[in-house]
Design a protein around this ligand. Structure first.
Ligand SMILES: [Zn+2]
Length: 289
């Protein structure tokens, strides 16, 4: 079976690697039970009130709402903040962490997810790049300073039936304006990017180190689609630069550059299958399914 052969190749590449880069998109969170915003219908199933307003995800995820209708804006982001706080990351997070931690050059994570779930699952914060920011960090809506602060302790209550956030809404620490999540939104000219830039710089230094040392790299890409291709492009650009093996796990869009490995599974399932093979690599070649 071709797929079984590819899973075995993936397990071997990860076993042989000196370093692991984990790249992740929205599909990684879906397996923890988080909503999929792909396509307007999927988004509206999660947010019936927004469906009644006729707003797409791209229209709702716009910083202008913090001026136009702050109680709606904070209902949307507050609901997600509460959801991401209360959701437990699926077992695949821990499995990937256990793959990366023993490597001589360790691991790094590059994710477009704003849910903070790699940190929650125990990944080292200094080894994570959140390219679209994090819902667990806030900034000022009025750009009074460039401060980004940890949102721990900030609570947002929402009246569920009307989907309105209740007072008091989160405020800036330095001026009377509202706070907003430090997430890169659509049409967003006031997002403060310096936290993510520092993360990018740490990843660049790690990659430089790998290149200098000729370390063998495996890139495990999880649930990253083509609609917003940042994560997929990052996986491929790193490979072009450093070399190594790409393992792309994606239930619908698993196509890969020639010679690389594409596995047509959801994130949790793909990781589980690779682990089942890995546990058997030392012995005979029959995977424990
Ligand atoms: Zn302010």
């Amino acid at each position: 079976m071709r797929v079984e052969h590819e899973i075995k190749r993936a397990a071997e590449a990860i076993k042989a690697a000196d370093a692991l880069l984990i790249t992740a998109g929205a599909g990684m969170g879906v397996d923890s039970g988080l909503p999929d915003f792909r396509g307007t219908q999927g988004f509206w199933r999660s947010y019936p009130v927004i469906a009644r307003l006729g707003l797409s995800f791209e229209e709702m995820a716009n910083p202008a709402w913090f001026q136009k209708d702050p109680h709606l804006a904070w209902a949307f982001y507050g609901h997600r903040l509460n959801l991401y706080r209360s959701t437990v990351p699926h077992a695949g997070f821990t499995r990937v962490l256990e793959m990366g931690r023993p490597k001589p050059y360790g691991y790094f994570v590059f994710t477009s997810n704003v849910d903070g779930h790699f940190q929650k699952a125990g990944f080292a914060p200094e080894c994570i790049v959140e390219c679209h920011g994090s819902i667990h960090h806030f900034q000022c809506t009025a750009s009074c300073s460039d401060e980004i602060w940890d949102a721990q302790g900030e609570a947002v209550a929402i009246e569920e039936s009307t989907f309105r956030a209740l007072e008091p809404l989160p405020r800036c620490r330095n001026c009377p304006a509202l706070a907003r999540p430090n997430i890169l939104m659509f049409g967003d000219w006031s997002w403060l990017g310096h936290r993510s830039e520092r993360q990018h710089e740490r990843l660049s230094r790690w990659l430089d180190d790998l290149a200098r040392s000729s370390a063998r790299l495996a890139v495990v890409e999880l649930g990253a689609g083509t609609a917003i291709p940042t994560v997929r492009l990052t996986s491929e650009q790193v490979l072009q630069r450093i070399g190594g093996t790409l393992i792309r796990i994606n239930p619908r869009e698993e196509d890969v550059p020639s010679g690389q490995i594409g596995l047509p599974f959801g994130a949790a399932e793909g990781i589980r299958r690779i682990c089942a093979w890995a546990e058997n690599l030392a012995g005979d070649a029959n995977p424990r399914a």
